[in-house]
Design a protein around this ligand. Structure first.
Ligand code: SAM
Length: 201
């Protein structure tokens, strides 16, 4: 099973809240792509941050497309669709958020995420190495702890694909250890120094 959990990177989530959402909420459609989403804690965490920040009607315009190779288990789509996660995956969620968006389940020590969050996340199987974006005009692409699995040349081509599938001025978030250098450096500008949050130039 791919390693992941809810609210894994609070600093990046806060950067999305402070720097990305204020820009995206001005747009008619707020489309986000979480590439390499594993079994769902990351896209659901992002959806919660948008729900917490956007108004009622703005949130109706929000959708997050969650994709993964799902090579090991072929189960990620089903896990995402059920929205039920073990205590281990949810235990780092801030208490107020947890109480608001999770409920107990028939299964002891498992928790179900609220329908309003589940409804805006759709899962699709997708291999980044295909270099075929799932759609275009994204306001935000998140790809964390995935690019390190790719060879250098594959990584560059995937970043170029992300750049192409972002709307003008769209945002890209990757993990702390990932640097945007070499031939892709000119495609983005870093938004803040302490998070790998970039904006399409
Ligand atoms: C460590 S998990 C990261 C999950 C989540 N992004 C996070 O940071 O918590 C890495 C995920 O990348 C996915 N992955 C690896 N290579 C991929 C590829 N070529 N295309 C799509 N997903 C890929 C794996 O299946 C796995 O679910």
């Amino acid at each position: 099973m791919a390693f992941t959990f809810f609210f894994r990177d609070i600093t990046a989530l806060n950067a999305i809240k402070d720097h990305v959402i204020p820009e995206l909420r001005k747009q008619r459609y707020i489309n986000v792509w979480d590439a390499g989403c594993a079994m769902g804690p990351e896209p659901y965490s992002i959806a919660i941050i948008f729900k917490e920040t956007l108004g009622y009607y703005e949130f109706k315009r929000f959708r997050i497309y969650a994709t993964d190779l799902d090579e090991e288990s072929n189960e990620f789509g089903k896990i995402l669709a059920k929205g039920i996660y073990p205590e281990e995956a949810v235990k780092r969620i801030p208490g107020d958020i947890f109480r608001k968006y999770f409920s107990s389940n028939n299964k002891p020590e498992y928790f179900k995420i609220a329908d309003e969050i589940m409804q805006c996340v759709c899962f699709q199987k997708h291999d980044l190495r295909s270099l075929q974006p799932i759609r275009d005009n994204f306001g935000l692409i998140v790809c964390k702890n995935v690019l390190l699995h790719l060879q250098d040349s594959e990584r560059i081509n995937v970043i170029k694909m992300f750049h192409k599938s972002l709307a003008p001025g769209g945002f890209f978030v990757t993990e702390q250890t990932q640097k945007i250098t070499g031939e892709v450096a000119g495609l983005f500008e870093q938004v803040i120094p302490n998070v790998q949050l970039f904006r399409k130039t």
